[in-house]
Design a protein around this ligand. Sequence first.
Ligand code: FPP
Length: 234
Amino acid sequence: MLATMESTVPTHVGFIMDGNGRWAKKRGLPRAAGHIEGLKSLKRVIVSCRDHHIPFITLYVFSTENWKRSQQEVGYLMHLLACKLPGEINFFTQEHVRIRVRGDVAGLPEAVRKAIGETEEATKAETGITCCLAINYGGQDEIVRAANKAIASGRRSLSAEDIQGNLDLCDVPPVDMIVRSAGEHRLSNFLLWDSAYAELASYEKLWPDWGEREVEQLCEDYRGRTRKFGGLKG
Ligand code: FPP
């Protein structure tokens, strides 16, 4: 059944994973428990997207604004990344998931940079799905860094192609759909350049409760959208 959906699935879906804290609070648990559960749903969503033949996904893991959270929560998220990225390499390779990272990696702690390098290297030959993790990522920051790279390479005035060609993962196609959990309706500085013509969708379910059903729902909702890219309906 999944194969017949192939032509109408999005090429690239962005996920704003929201609601980990609320999930934990509802259960009287620390916020860290919500992030651990959020990692489990992240794995379910990756596998389900792959099974639905979505070739690229980007998950918003840690934004350039998330440093404003308590030292304890930031420290926990960095610890999770440093341990769990390499810790999940077996899962990624068994499920044929290529991991790539988007964001200002230079601004991350050494242990996280090392974990990212190891995980990208160990999964680079996987072709089931490309899973981009946005870490220390901000859409505005990415555009500014891209502009500065173009200027450093000698450009004196910039075109859209100069920005596009200097984005963090400029070979990854633009996002077709951005989905957000926990009923929020904000982009929160996510994929600002790439989202120029993205379809947007918000779902009530908190991120740790996401799985196959939510991926099916977003695919169904995408099929119902008519994309015009600024032109007229065909
Ligand atoms: C947003 O929910 C979630 C985050 C800022 C962190 C997302 C991180 C993960 C799912 C773990 C990823 C781990 C690896 C190893 C890839 P929130 O905390 O803002 O929720 P709230 O709005 O309910 O407080």
